[in-house]
Design a protein around this ligand. Structure first.
Ligand SMILES: [Zn+2]
Length: 459
């Protein structure tokens, strides 16, 4: 039985835009009734323009507090690797309380801008000297608490991080907080999973930091544990983000990173490959065919000078994509989608790269791809307004000048490419309104807590 019913003037369903939609949501936040071309009934809540909320497939929450603080030149040859030194310094200052306060504010910002779920790729586990906290999953618990405070759907991805680089290099001093053996990782994962199920409805997947940080034998061991035990457990990995990483992989493993992964593991829809920026056409085709999702993080990839993802070929080959905020210099999925397309236009000197014969509207095509791939990347029933799915949705501001007199099939084009104003007025997560009229009920408190927590860190 629906606990609440909504009458929606126009809603984006999986098959396209529909008019006069009645949607019933039960007390677990699931969609239990859905009809189109019907009339409103007396107790219906009335909504104008509704689209599904997006999944953020890749976030490192603590990095939100250092956004903007690495944008000065240390050397004329600044790269990802010089940025990483600053990031490590910062990572080593963050306490469990700081992380909770930073992530609460970050997740609030994400919800306001249209993300209704986030996958947190969480690798800061221990005290700065590498000693575990008395609760080994203390920092994972901070992330879970933050998701509860802000009200976003979380998929926690505790990260296995073992080495400083290819060839079993020992962790550097400033990487000690990240390190685990396979056994200590599994113990941490177990404790975090118990805490998560006691405290919330959130889910837990697993992540391998990268081929450079996890040796091949440990990767096999830990994957067989999760593949056997929890079939739907998402597995995420950073891969082929930087050309230097590709070169080192060839030198040590004898293969390019994506090539090595495809040859050594059964890559399927349980996997989400984060970045996968540097792929050959053959690798691109094989990843697309595998059913895995590629998590593209356009603003971070631009910020760090990573390179361009081979989007057109990958979509032509039937690949799945999701969008991620990664370093959290940008928490707006609309901007991520815009930059994804604009990067491709600048590179190819053509327009509407992400559209195709089936869907000529670039905004609609990008948004729809990321809804589907985002849900797949976390193995959750989100990303679509359909029976049995989670009621994760966005109400667009139909009073805005930008959306006035716009036909339904251009709405997402306008949202992504037609304005720099936010058109996201209300957001429902798991059946509960989290943003109403552009505002989160606990916004001032969460923002003030973030400001206090980051004062010492930023000083
Ligand atoms: Zn990342």
């Amino acid at each position: 039985m629906p606990q609440q019913t909504y009458f929606i003037k126009k809603a984006l369903l999986s098959q396209g835009w529909a008019k006069n939609v009645r949607l019933g949501v039960d007390d677990k936040g699931l969609i239990v009734s859905l009809k189109t071309n019907v009339s409103a009934e007396q107790d219906d809540h009335r909504l104008g323009l509704v689209i599904p909320g997006l999944v953020n497939c890749h976030s490192h929450a603590f990095q939100r507090a250092m956004a903007g603080l690495t944008e000065y030149q240390v050397s004329p040859t600044d790269t990802f690797w010089s940025w990483r030194k600053t990031m490590y310094r910062f990572a080593n200052l963050v306490s469990p309380e700081d992380l909770q306060d930073i992530a609460s504010y970050l997740y609030l910002e994400m919800i306001k801008q249209g993300y209704t779920s986030v996958a947190e790729f969480h690798y800061v586990h221990h005290q700065p000297n590498g000693k575990p906290y008395s609760s080994v999953s203390q920092l994972s618990q901070s992330v879970i608490n933050a998701a509860n405070i802000a009200g976003i759907n979380l998929t926690l991805l505790p990260v296995l991080y073992m080495n400083a680089g290819f060839g079993d290099q020992a962790l550097l001093d400033d990487q000690k907080r990240f390190g685990n053996s396979v056994d200590s990782y599994l113990a941490l994962h177990d404790e975090a999973t118990r805490y998560c199920s006691d405290q919330s409805q959130h889910s837990v997947g697993m992540a391998l930091h990268s081929l450079r940080a996890v040796p091949a034998r440990s990767m096999t061991e830990v994957i067989s544990h999760f593949k056997g035990r929890v079939h739907s457990c998402p597995i995420h990995i950073h891969i082929a983000e930087q050309t230097q990483e590709v070169e080192q992989s060839i030198k040590v493993l004898g293969k390019r990173p994506v090539e090595w992964l495809l040859d050594n593991h059964d890559i399927d829809k349980q996997w989400c490959l984060i970045h996968a920026t540097h792929m050959t056409p053959k690798e691109t085709a094989e990843v697309a065919k595998s059913g895995a999702t590629v998590g593209i993080c356009p603003t971070t990839e631009a910020n760090l000078g990573d390179g361009f993802f081979p989007l057109r070929q990958y979509l032509d080959d039937g690949g799945q994509i999701a969008i991620g905020s990664d370093g959290n210099t940008c928490t707006n999925p609309i901007e991520e989608l815009r930059w994804l397309e604009y990067g491709q236009r600048l590179l190819s000197r053509t327009r509407n790269v992400a559209s195709d014969d089936r869907e000529r509207h670039t905004g609609t095509n990008l948004y729809s791809h990321c809804l589907e791939g985002g849900a797949r990347s976390i193995g959750q029933k989100t990303g679509a307004l359909k029976l049995g799915g989670r009621a994760d949705l966005i109400v667009l501001d139909d009073n805005s000048a930008d959306l006035a007199n716009i036909a339904a099939d251009s709405i997402l084009d306008v949202l992504i490419f037609g304005t720099s104003q936010s058109l996201i007025k209300d957001v429902m997560v798991n059946g509960t309104w989290k943003i109403t009229n552009y505002h989160h009920a606990d916004e001032e408190r969460i923002r003030n807590t973030f400001i206090s927590a980051t004062k010492a860190l930023r000083d």
